[in-house]
Design a binder for this molecule. Sequence first.
Ligand code: FE2
Length: 263
Amino acid sequence: MRAALALVLLWHAAAATVVADFRKNGFVIVHSFATPEEVTAMKAAMKEKTDAYWAERSDPTVFRTDAGQEAAQARSRKFFESADRVEFFEEAEGAALIKAGHALHLGDDAFGRYATSQKVRTLLRDLGYERPVLPQSMYIFKQPSIGGEVSAHQDSTFLHTSPTPTCVGVWVALEDCTTANGCLWALPGSHGEPVSMRMLVDREEGGGPETGSIRFEGEYPDWLGDLSTKEKFVPLETKAGTAVLLHGENVHYLSLIHISEPT
Ligand code: FE2
């Protein structure tokens, strides 16, 4: 009983640090959040899905995060249909995936179990969410030497609530992430900035869920493009199983994987 009480007290102390760091920096790393079994199960579940995708590949759809995003996703049937199912998106170069989404959490498998687990609920409650809603999930693939950088952005650009932006990203690393293989980089304290840009969906009148177009309103401030700003980003290097909480207004990006070709 005494050991159990000590453990509870320890958890509350750790949770208080997590919450304090999150509020201060706009992100926080939570070590050993997913168990090795959960990580293995999610990777195995995705292997099954990707094997099936490549075996029956049809209507290959490129997902872009660069200046061409508006045009590319506006024409994408899969993009609009992926809200409540799992669709696959490819790198511009083809023959490699960039992500699967956006409803892995609805699956009755390792993803659904993890996403709705008690520890995820407790984590969000610790952050002050009384009735958290899970609207979107995705699996990001970072292939060696393929694909570009996911440029600096705020997640509240894409998942926006009003009157108060309440989006929080709950990342979990399924492999060790380092500066050498494309880890997250975040700008500490940037969650004090307002949401600079919003993605809006224009539905076609009478059209189905697969029709519409997206556009962006506003723009990211010039200072984001400054190299001096980029030097203030910190790498979020993580071991497999580590979670990263990202405040919706935190500015972050995914670095390029730069692997030297053998000479
Ligand atoms: Fe993001």
